[in-house]
Design a protein around this ligand. Structure first.
Ligand code: FEO
Length: 167
């Protein structure tokens, strides 16, 4: 059984994962109307879908532990970006924010001595390490590419395998 405090913070995390999915869905839609970046577009759509899975995993956990996962209203994400580089910088910043919110969940469940939820959250802790590392790798590559169009061509060609290497 979840305590009220644990249920509340997990419901907040459900909202954060849902908003993450929306943030990356907005990036995907913006990327889709930019010429020549089909794989970057797919990357954002896939990332949005992953966040939805993170949200669903939390919903099922809360409900299976005798709580009630409440589906939240979501705020409108940023719709357009000055450049691909800006979009990926925003993605890294967002993942750092998500990691912090997961850490806050872990702090609370330890204080509440809820070891089952602590165990469940370890999956998210590991996932955030991977997601931040992936976002940093991508940002580093974009920094190297700068305004080089052929570099961007290769980046788009290779981006889907960068994610696979990290998994
Ligand atoms: Fe579910 Fe990318 O955090």
């Amino acid at each position: 059984m979840l305590s009220n405090k644990v249920q509340a913070i997990l419901n907040e995390q459900i909202k954060i994962e849902a908003e993450s999915s929306q943030v990356y869905l907005a990036m995907a839609s913006w990327a889709e109307i930019q010429p020549g970046i089909d794989n970057i577009t797919s990357f954002f759509y896939q990332h949005s879908e992953e966040e939805r899975q993170h949200m669903l995993k939390l919903i099922h956990f809360v409900n299976e532990r005798g709580g009630f996962a409440t589906i939240p209203a979501l705020k409108q994400p940023q719709l357009t970006f000055p450049s691909i580089k800006h979009a990926f910088a925003a993605l890294l910043k967002h993942e750092i924010f998500v990691s912090q919110s997961i850490n806050n969940c872990v702090d609370l469940v330890l204080a509440e001595k809820d070891y089952a939820t602590h165990n469940f959250l370890q999956w998210y802790v590991a996932e955030q390490i991977e997601e931040e590392a992936l976002a940093r790798t991508i940002n580093d590559k974009l920094e190297l590419i700068g305004d080089d169009k052929s570099g961007m061509y290769m980046f788009d060609r290779d981006i889907l395998s960068i994610g696979i290497d990290k998994k």
